[in-house]
Design a protein around this ligand. Structure first.
Ligand code: AMP
Ligand code: FE
Ligand code: FE
Ligand code: ZN
Length: 301
């Protein structure tokens, strides 16, 4: 049976520190992951993690279910969000750890992004259908859980379900990439604004995969410096989209700007090859994040 992508064998995390394994970036069906929040938490336990962050795109919808699962399964949960941002038409992802999920300004901005994502999905599907690609709005909507953040992966999933392609990857390569004629952008705040919102909500902002060049999201040194001045707390350096040279450069950049260095899998269930714990964050870095936060609390087992 075709899955969303090929499913490699699960691996034990590589970067342990003193029996602790911390993965600070995962997705569930609250956005474009393929597993429910509780299942992500169960998988994290199976993968040998001691701490996992749930960071769905532009939503805190999965926090409650993930928190219950974390308590039930004896793992620490760091509630987070991956906030979509945009600067000069370029997409930038901002991880926000432990913000107050009820902060009115943050909630309003996230809701605006999700509504805009819905409209944008409609437009992309209409453009694709008009060009003869066998996809319908209904089939795409059927892939999105109630209240979840809709994204291009859900269009890919509809094409997989219809048997048009075998995997999400294939749909992205053919039709859904940033340079595709069907690509439509959506509302996303400037990263300076987003950092302000996250900080005001007591959260800790970290740029996700800053050099994820494969997806056209290169956050240059000058922008990182600007964002550091605006209250950025860290850079997600250890991520599968970064080469060893990228990691060296970003580590030095983080050091020079006094930014925290994090690492994560960016797990999307079967939606991507990324495996839980393939990159991790040092315990002292998580401690620093928790020390900076004043919004939500870490969920202890
Ligand atoms: P969107 O948020 O709707 O702009 O879609 C971007 C999301 O698509 C990212 O967060 C990734 O999770 C996912 N994505 C991007 N490229 C691929 C790919 N080649 N295969 C699977 N998922 C992808
Ligand atoms: Fe994603
Ligand atoms: Fe991302
Ligand atoms: Zn992500």
């Amino acid at each position: 049976m075709p899955g969303k992508v090929a499913s490699p064998e699960r691996r034990v995390p590589r970067h342990y520190a003193g029996g602790v394994a911390i993965d600070l970036h995962t997705h569930s069906t609250a956005s474009d992951g393929t597993e429910a929040p509780s299942v992500v938490v169960e998988r994290a336990v199976e993968a040998g993690l001691t701490t996992v962050a749930l960071t769905d795109h532009d939503t805190t919808l999965g926090w409650a279910q993930a928190s219950d699962a974390a308590r039930a399964h004896g793992i620490r949960l760091v509630p987070g969000i991956e906030v979509s941002c945009s600067r000069w038409g370029k997409s930038i992802h901002l991880l926000a750890y432990l913000p107050d999920p009820d902060d009115a300004d943050l909630v309003a901005d996230l809701a605006r992004a999700r509504v805009s994502r819905d409209t944008r999905l409609d437009r992309m599907v209409a453009l694709m259908a008009a060009d003869g690609i066998p996809v319908t709005l209904e089939s795409v909507r059927a892939e999105v859980e109630d209240g979840a953040t809709a994204g291009r992966p859900h269009i890919a999933d509809a094409l997989v379900t219809a048997g048009v392609v075998d995997h999400r990857d294939e749909a992205f390569a053919q039709w859904l990439g940033n340079d595709s004629p069907y690509y439509v952008s959506h509302y996303a705040p400037d990263p300076v604004r987003a950092i302000g919102l996250v900080r005001a909500a007591g959260g800790v902002p970290v740029i996700a995969h800053p050099w994820s060049c494969t997806r056209g999201r290169v956050v240059g040194d000058a922008l990182v410096e600007e964002l550091a001045g605006a209250g950025l707390a860290g850079l997600e350096v250890h991520h599968r989209d970064h080469t060893p040279q990228d990691v060296r450069h970003l580590t030095a950049l983080a050091r020079s700007l006094d930014l925290l260095v994090t690492g994560s899998s960016d797990y999307h269930g079967e939606g991507k090859l990324n495996r839980l714990g393939e990159n991790t964050t040092a315990p002292e870095v998580l401690e620093a994040i928790v020390g900076l936060a004043s919004g939500a609390a870490v969920v202890e087992p």
